[in-house]
Design a protein around this ligand. Structure first.
Ligand SMILES: Nc1ncnc2c1ncn2[C@@H]1O[C@H](COP(=O)(O)OP(=O)(O)OP(=O)(O)O)[C@@H](O)[C@H]1O
Length: 346
């Protein structure tokens, strides 16, 4: 690696802890020797061919009838070796739904499809793997969930769908559709018009949670979402973000000079994709921030395993820096942290 700014060799070939071949896709960020690097292109045609042949992109959507089972669906996705490179919970407007499904305009089910797809939040995802388009269609199963139960019983539609319309998920039908659909939900340049699906964040009566990059990379997203739901918390907004050093430092500023792990915490937060969550709860009501903080557990997973073995950090944490999950410490911080992700970083 050559450092363009300093005009000198930065790095010869070495093993880098925490970076794996599957992290090497365009648009991702990785950290090498404390430097955050964004992958913008491949060095040569050979590398491009080697990596892209293994890394096709497709668009996936969890439809409104299945969003309450998101954790289980994400488990299936991660267990089948798809990389979730982008993810966002949004509420589609009728105009957005009609534009997204424009190829079905005029079909008898078009209006009811729009009613259904706008009836609640959906979760949009960009998935990456070998033959992603075909593999995701196979993982979804046939359009009709009843048929899926008889011919593909392990498929997502068999497990989570109801019928021909309420069929839990969507998948692009070709490479070209995948590119169009990914661009529709995750535009490569900043746009802000009526066609851009908006986050579902309520920005009030909430608290903030973050699934840290190491837990994302270990495939824990699904299990953490399931655990949160089992404790009767609602995920009212969710999105994958990649933070740079300035953003990580800004977000964690209250810990600067207070805890010795601060530099490690900053490095961890910028080391790859993280999942930001807005947590609300009708069951826990005004107690939500406090109850959720308890459920996340003590900062050190070793202590958490002793004191609160059911907590998120006890179950998914590795050490005090790689402790799987961040959550707002004080009730007043929750809405500010949620706003940081779902308003400022949008
Ligand atoms: N006959 C039908 N009656 C009601 N709804 C339907 C019917 N056919 C399709 N749909 C709905 O419209 C969506 C798009 O239909 P399409 O034929 O493209 O199916 P698909 O390619 O399997 O699904 P998707 O495009 O959502 O991945 C279906 O997923 C389903 O929700």
């Amino acid at each position: 690696m050559y450092d363009l700014r300093a005009q000198r060799l930065f790095l010869k070939r070495i093993p880098v802890e925490g970076v794996e071949e599957r992290d090497l896709y365009l648009g991702n960020t990785i950290v090498v020797l404390s430097r955050q690097l964004k992958i913008t292109d491949y060095a040569d045609a050979f590398t491009r061919e080697q990596i892209t042949s293994k890394r096709q992109r497709t668009f996936a959507m969890v439809k409104p009838d299945a969003v309450h089972r998101l954790g289980e669906i994400v488990d299936v996705i991660q267990s089948r070796d798809f990389e979730i490179s982008q993810m966002k919970m949004v509420q589609l407007t009728r105009l957005q739904a009609a534009t997204f499904y424009r190829e079905h305009e005029g079909r008898p089910f078009f209006e009811s499809l729009l009613d259904y797809i706008t009836s609640g939040p959906v979760v949009a995802m960009e998935l990456i793997t070998t033959n992603a388009v075909k593999k995701w269609r196979a993982t979804l199963g046939p359009t009709d969930s009843q048929e899926a139960r008889s011919i593909a019983p392990e498929s997502i539609r068999a497990l989570f769908g109801k019928d021909k319309q309420l069929n839990a998920g969507h998948g692009s039908d070709s490479d070209i559709s995948a590119i169009r659909e990914i661009e529709f939900f995750f535009p490569s340049s900043k746009i802000n018009d009526d066609l851009l699906p908006q986050t579902t964040a309520k920005l009030a009566n909430n608290t903030c949670g973050i699934i840290k990059p190491h837990a994302v990379s270990k495939g824990h997203i699904g299990s953490i979402l399931k655990a949160i739901k089992e404790e009767e918390f609602d995920i009212s907004a969710l999105q994958i973000f990649r933070m740079d050093k300035v953003q990580s430092e800004e977000f964690l500023e209250v810990y600067k000079g207070v805890v010795s792990e601060y530099p490690g915490m900053v490095q961890q937060l910028m080391s790859g994709p993280l999942v930001a969550l807005e947590i609300t709860s009708g069951v826990h009501g005004p107690q939500t921030p406090i109850k959720f903080r308890e459920f996340v557990g003590p900062a050190d997973p070793e202590v958490a395993r002793e004191l609160r073995p059911n907590s998120l950090r006890a179950r998914f944490g590795e050490d005090i820096v790689k402790n799987a999950f961040h959550c707002s410490d004080l009730p007043d911080d929750g809405p500010l942290e949620v706003e940081y992700f779902f308003k400022i970083l949008q």
